[in-house]
Write a protein that binds this ligand. Structure first.
Ligand code: SF4
Ligand code: SF4
Length: 101
């Protein structure tokens, strides 16, 4: 489940999955459009928003929290905030798809 909230120049993208809850806090006014985040994300999380002219993590549910995009963004436009991680620990929890499958 991905929530996208825009308030002025602040965009918040929050993703809640089985494994984690992660939030991207983006200052869209600072985005210069260099697309470094898009080019460097191996999971193709970042996409270009042509209408609003800034990058945004459209596929945030694919994020593996390597933080390469955050390190490479020279404009320091965003922060990745892990709210909850390792929600389902495969070593100690029931199998996701049930026993015997
Ligand atoms: S790296 Fe930063 S400045 Fe460049 S497009 Fe991405 S968010 Fe915008
Ligand atoms: S933290 Fe890694 S996987 Fe997540 S959006 Fe950034 S580059 Fe992509």
């Amino acid at each position: 489940m991905i929530e996208r909230k825009q308030e002025g120049g602040r965009l918040s993208v929050r993703v809640e999955s089985l494994q984690q809850i992660v939030r991207f806090d983006i200052d869209t006014d600072r985005c210069c459009g260099c697309k470094v985040c898009i080019r460097n994300c191996q999971e193709n999380v970042w996409q270009w928003d042509e209408e609003h002219k800034h990058a945004w993590p459209k596929y945030a549910d694919e994020c593996v929290r390597c933080y390469i995009c955050e390190l490479k963004c020279k404009g320091n436009c965003f922060e990745i905030v892990p709210e909850e991680v390792l929600r389902h620990d495969p070593l100690y929890s029931e199998p996701i798809f049930g026993k015997g499958e």
